[in-house]
Design a protein around this ligand. Sequence first.
Ligand code: GLC
Length: 631
Amino acid sequence: MPAKKPQPKKSKTSKRAVTLDAGAFDRRLARHHDELRWLYMELYDNGDMFAELIDQMRCFYRERPADLRALDASREIHGTWYREQKMLGMQMYIDNFAGTIKGVEEKIGYLERCGATCIHLMPFLDTPADKSRSDGGYAVSDFRRVRPDLGTMDDLAHLARTCHERGISLCMDFVMNHTSEEHEWARRARSGEGEYMSRYFFEANPAVIEQYTRDVPQVFPTTAPGHFTYLPELGQSVMTQFYPYQWDLNYRNPRVFNEMMYNFLYLANQGMDIIRLDAVPYIWKQLGTNCRNLPQVHTIVRMMRMIGEVVCPGIALLGEVVMAPAEVAPYFGIPEKPECHMLYNVTTMATTWHTVATRDTRLLRRQLEAISSLPSSYTFLNYLRCHDDIGWGLDYPLLAAWGQREVAHKRYLNEYFLGDVPGSMSRGALYNADPVTGDARFCGTTASMCGIEVAGFEGDAMKMDVAVQLDVMLHAYMLTQSGMPIIYSGDELAQVNDYSYRDDPEKAEDSRYIHRGAFPWDLVDNIDVEGSVQQRVFDALRLLERVRCIEPLFSPDARLRPKDYSDRAILWLVRECGGETLHAVFNFSDMPKTVWMPEAGEYVDLLAGEREDIATVELPAWGFFWKKRGW
Ligand code: GLC
């Protein structure tokens, strides 16, 4: 009898197949290797460093936890998970919301009640303890360590697992333009170690510094003027485009690129789903240019996209590109060579507030037309406000044609939102008012900018009705747009401005803290109090979100376009899908309006859930509707 053939060690092999599909890495690498190598060599011409990068990618793939690799595999099959209809983002500071990462985990029930399916945890990596030198966490001292008062990396990975079990994804900031002056590289550079000095931009020549000052616009003209910070111990200056304690990294040095990619993969392996590329347009510097959006930035983002697709294809890159409209879309790359998966819809956000202040929707219609003419695969993150200021980055050439001049118009917008213009109930604070250009940006919570703070302070019920209506209408309009909506935690409870930052010497200089107040847990109970502001806003938002989540007209494949309407105060958006049409109409004025439907007949009001025969609709001040036709 022939000897019995040795049986393959079944269990071991199959277990290995489940936990580590080594072939997947090679397959993905084979897809991207040539382009990745080409771009890397073009930028760095360094084969050894490229080989090291590939080796490290393989290591990060091997270390990637099995549950995340399984998620990668399913997301590879299902494609664009981040633009699914159910996506609803919520952004929050961990300490403001729940003290610690563990605290956030304990509060997941509340986040589910809000309908959140994606949570953006604001910067939580180690940062200088002195808050006046941490830029709200955007000055990172260690990319592999969580700020000790918030918890540990294990807490983060645990939170990510719990979130995934509940169908919630996590987003974090990857602050790639700079490190804190307390980062190990910066400390060693400061002590004169050449290897580390080469990771930043040191300059001793005043003529070069002067040229940068001439050519490169200021990021924080008032709170942090200048582009370099002098270090007396070295007799040289270091480039600091943002704050003096945030040292710009030198991506001309392949060591910087490689190490930052390892940090990115390390963080992805903790279970992050979306990596927000902070201030990405700034990462490449070239004397003689404005140091923004240079071609090398796109090369780096493209490489990062490929590195992610090889090691952890389930993650999505969200570009923070707060730039003029023409500069934003290129960060999506081209269909065969994509860069970011998602970008902030920043111009639309600023134009929305312009529309509130002017009651004139023409600019917003143009902006939404521009967005809807882009390929539908481009996914935008829509928001009314975030943790940063609102910069008035509008289409000024177009406004000029309508007789509005840039500086005067910005002044008007700021006065409007400060509440200094008749008809405005807004409250907030200026940010980086530049005495030279007359420019200033604006800070405030959505509720305060809508008048809820003023109405509450004055105890004026009629004013409150108007303010709540405006707040809800703006959310409805935001939810009508295509892409992922994101709400700033607290806005669902109409949280108003927090002025206490002015008494805190570590924050007083930075008015963005006005809209970064501690989460008002005491107001959560009011959601159950019929007629309270919290109940009215929370329930209205939940209804809108629920409808958006299930109604096919909000599917990512539906086409959105603005429709002309004779009244400039009316914004008319149309979503079309499967022979049905959604008419989403918004009254951007404090006067009631009668709106004529395109054809008299039967419509379904999506919020009331009722069929109705109509030819006209009466809209109150700041009113809106979602009505569907054709079924
Ligand atoms: C981004 C952040 C902002 C921060 C800056 C510098 O713009 O959103 O809060 O100040 O980057 O890192």
